[in-house]
Design a protein around this ligand. Structure first.
Ligand SMILES: [Zn+2]
Length: 84
């Protein structure tokens, strides 16, 4: 069930296009640590952890889609099975 993702740095890395001035999806260019913006196509893309990017570029939380983890309490019903 594991997805094989080409995660270079891990799952907490986001990409920020300086031309688009927002968080974008980026594709890695060659073997270098150069990323191409999937929106405008330039290589003026910074990357880093979400914390570092947000702090460096002063990005508000609304600009980033954050997956909120909702803790759901699962009530496990114990079913007693009588084997006879
Ligand atoms: Zn861009």
């Amino acid at each position: 069930m594991a997805n094989n993702q080409d995660s270079t740095f891990g799952s907490n890395i986001i990409y920020y296009c300086k031309d688009c001035d927002k968080i974008v999806d980026a594709k890695r260019v060659g073997r270098k640590y150069v990323f191409k913006c999937s929106v405008c196509g330039t290589k003026n893309v910074a990357f880093g952890t979400e914390k570092s990017i947000r702090a460096f570029f002063h990005i508000e939380k609304d600009d980033i889609a954050i997956n909120k983890v909702v803790e759901v309490e699962k009530k496990e019903e114990k079913e007693e099975q009588i084997k006879g």
